[in-house]
Write a protein that binds this ligand. Structure first.
Ligand code: ZN
Length: 451
């Protein structure tokens, strides 16, 4: 295990480009649709067709795998889909042919992810699951046309938008459109390709331009800029609404299957879910935008979000805070605003490392909220300690061209940890140093140096 070495850097390649240069980027634009009654029916048919074909393809693949030990290729499934339409499912002709093909493509991708995960070539991914109705209902379409107030969808026609194209700031060439239903509302997400001027990485002019961000469970984010610490409270919307949600769940369970009242209760629950997810999105976007806009270097931990979500005890807080989403947003917004995102190595011990003296603790349970260092006596909130460490990791590895911090400051900021030394020996070393009467800065002193 290498320590103090890690860090993937994004955005540095742009260093070599000249300002004003443009390149193609992909961006998604989401619009709410305002469909009329007939269009609602057609939209529902579209997402229904997408789900139907996906599930049919999955069943077909499973059946064949059991017989032959191989799953049919996508081209083969496509051919069979034509047969299916001609015989059993003529209603599939009522929607765009792209919908079924996209569904098969998604299924193929789900299988690929699963097999890659098995071989250890990618993150672990479950076996493709059958899609259930009204669970993330969506369908992907092509050849759509966006007007100022309307979106033309194949086989559906011109659907009104709730917001104009200009107001939404749409730009670019549409690659595909994904329609989704959330509660009883319809949305379209347009994947567009457009040119965007390359933003050069912002240089570090003051130590405060570099922030360490510890994403956690108790607080959504603890942000340290070397001078001050900012604790961002997690988005509790989901939790606050849980009581309400549970009540709706109970109401739903009491309703007879297939009844109108059940459908109504379902809708009420879906609406609440939707509201919660909007609040969460707003919160995350505000946080990620403010960081990417104002900071030059943002250092994050490589949180194993998926692993944590598997732990049921943590699952609620995790989804509440939406950490994975925050990281995703920071990644692309950093590129937009010229910030440099540094992802600390998964093995970088940001929590266990003492920000005062560099000793690494053997264990630190999640329950321990305060970091107490036996070697130097530092006592600090664990997330604050982690944020300081992350920040320092980023500072220690600033690439040429970004550094405008004075050498004196950099020296003070240099990580106390040098790669390749075992934790145990480092602890001994620290103790030895202390017994030799050497002085070490406390965190508070360090903070002063940075300020
Ligand atoms: Zn210490």
């Amino acid at each position: 295990m290498k320590i103090g070495c890690g860090g993937r850097f994004s955005g540095y390649r742009e260093n070599m480009r000249s300002p004003g240069e443009k390149r193609l980027i992909q961006q998604a634009f989401r619009f709410e649709l305002d469909p009329n009654r007939e269009q609602r029916v057609l939209l529902a048919k579209s997402v229904g067709a997408s789900r139907y074909v996906y599930n049919w393809g999955l069943a077909e693949s499973q059946r064949e795998y059991e017989l032959t030990g191989k799953r049919p290729r996508r081209g083969e499934l496509k051919k069979r889909l034509v047969g299916l339409k001609q015989t059993e499912c003529p209603w599939l002709y009522e929607v765009s042919a792209h919908i079924g093909q996209s569904a098969l493509k998604d299924l193929d991708a789900a299988f690929e992810r699963f097999f890659k995960g098995l071989k250890g070539e990618g993150p672990k991914s479950g076996f493709p699951r059958f899609k259930r109705k009204s669970e993330r209902d969506s369908a992907r379409l092509y050849e759509v046309e966006l007007g100022e107030r309307r979106l033309r969808l194949p086989m559906i026609g011109k659907v009104r938008l709730k917001e104009t194209r200009t107001k939404h700031g749409f730009e670019g060439r549409i690659l595909s459109a994904t329609i989704t239903r959330r509660a009883d509302r319809w949305f379209v997400s347009l994947a567009a390709e457009r040119e965007r001027e390359i933003v050069l990485p912002k240089p570090v002019r003051s130590p405060r331009d570099v922030v360490g961000v510890d994403l956690g469970l108790k607080a959504a984010a603890v942000i340290h800029d070397g001078e001050t610490i900012r604790v961002v409270e997690p988005q509790r919307a989901l939790r606050n609404n849980l009581v309400k949600l549970r009540r709706l769940d109970r109401q739903l369970a009491r309703k007879k299957k297939g009844s109108r009242n059940r459908a109504k209760a379902k809708l009420r629950r879906a609406r609440l879910h939707y509201k919660v997810s909007c609040q969460r999105q707003d919160f995350l976007h505000q946080l990620s935008s403010s960081l990417a806009r104002t900071k030059s270097v943002i250092v994050l931990e490589d949180l194993n979000v998926r692993g944590m979500q598997r732990n049921r005890h943590l699952a609620l807080s995790m989804s509440d805070a939406g950490l994975g989403e925050l990281r995703r947003e920071l990644a692309y917004k950093s590129e937009w605003y010229g910030a440099t995102l540094v992802i600390a190595d998964r093995y970088y011990p940001s929590s266990k490392l003492c920000s005062g003296c560099g000793v690494i603790k053997d264990t630190l349970s999640l329950g321990e909220r305060v970091f107490d260092c036996e070697a130097c006596g530092l006592s600090l909130h664990r997330d604050e300690n982690a944020a300081i460490n992350l920040r320092r990791l980023g500072l220690g590895r600033l690439p040429e061209g970004l550094r405008e911090v004075k050498p004196v400051e950099r020296k003070a900021l240099a990580p106390a940890v040098i790669g390749g030394v075992k934790p145990a020996s480092r602890k001994q070393e620290a103790t030895a140093r202390r017994s030799r009467g050497e002085t070490r800065r406390s965190t508070r002193q360090l903070v002063e140096v940075l300020a």
